[in-house]
Design a protein around this ligand. Structure first.
Ligand code: GDP
Length: 286
């Protein structure tokens, strides 16, 4: 991951988001649809201080659609709307807009009753690195904007980006939050999906975690991709078999590192199909 989080950074990131909250109506919280819980900051409720929130399950094109539907239901609250989006290919942006409008509807109706014009919805995009914040800002703006996070020591005037159609305005600097690594599974899920660099955790461990998860959740997709009739129960054996199937053998031994890299690459490039690595049921949220 590009950013290493230390307590000082976390406090600063939090302060920056808090400052921006004063300027906006709606928080757009971006998470990775394949790992919606692990790719969010667990303190987000506290940090956003009860502002209406739109949770965007981004990269929905890579996630298991059945699991994404379950997340859409599980995360919904009175003051939270949830939408699935594929920012890369500009899909789901209309639903995103109507989600934001729904959150503001009561307030806007009251304003209109008093003869006031509510104006465009002002929004801030927040999320951990790599969930697609810059991509989404560019798609919503309909043009390429050099999106940068806040830089230490650089005070920059906040700019509003008008969305195509003008119903919403976005702050040009997204709020960057930190993932919570204390739980090792969070780290594995983020590493498997490519959100954090492989060198933070051990590559073999990430690959073994991935092999186990795919065997349990998507056995048929795994069998089909690697032409395996019966999946070995043991994850080490499975990785070895994958290595053999792809000829990653030297001196009679499977090159474990290459097999690990191969499995992770194929997962991240959707060669194993659409895959989600956590469900609401995993978190007792179903
Ligand atoms: P940021 O760090 O949150 O600003 O994330 P970026 O916008 O830089 O996106 C990180 C990576 O995810 C880039 O390679 C994007 O092309 C990719 N990406 C972003 N949104 C999507 C999406 O909806 N689907 C897919 N498949 N890739 C996406």
């Amino acid at each position: 991951m590009a950013i290493q989080w230390f307590p000082g950074h976390m406090a600063k990131a939090r302060r920056q988001v808090t400052e921006k909250l004063k300027l906006i109506d709606v928080v757009i919280e971006l998470v990775d649809a394949r790992v919606p819980q692990s790719s969010r900051n667990p303190m987000v409720d506290e940090i956003t201080e009860g502002k209406p929130r739109l949770i965007v399950l981004n990269k929905a094109d890579m996630a298991d659609p059945v699991v994404t539907d379950a997340w859409l239901r599980a995360l919904k609250r009175d003051d939270i709307e949830v939408v699935a989006v594929d920012a890369k290919h500009s899909k789901g942006l209309k639903q995103l807009m109507s989600g934001a409008e729904k959150l503001m509807q009561e307030k806007h109706d009251r304003m209109r009753e008093k003869g006031r014009n509510p104006g465009p919805i002002r929004a801030l995009i927040i999320g951990i690195p790599n969930v697609g914040k810059s991509t989404l800002i560019n798609r919503l703006a309909g043009r390429n904007i050099a999106v940068t996070g806040d830089r230490p020591g650089v005070t920059k005037r906040q700019q509003w980006i008008k969305m195509k159609g003008g119903e919403m305005e976005l702050l040009d600097t997204p709020g960057i939050l930190w993932p919570k690594f204390e739980d090792q599974m969070v780290g594995y899920r983020l590493a498997a999906t490519g959100a954090i660099k492989d060198d933070i955790l051990n590559l073999d461990d990430i690959a073994l975690y991935t092999a186990r998860e795919l065997s349990a959740r998507y056995p048929d997709q795994l069998k089909e991709r690697f032409k395996i009739d019966q999946l070995p129960e043991d994850a080490v054996e499975l990785l070895e078999l994958i290595g053999k199937k792809r000829g990653l053998v030297s001196g009679g031994y499977v090159d474990f590192e290459k097999a690990s890299e191969l499995l992770l690459n194929e997962l991240r490039h959707e060669k194993i199909g659409r895959v989600s690595l956590e469900t609401p049921a995993d978190h007792d949220m179903a």
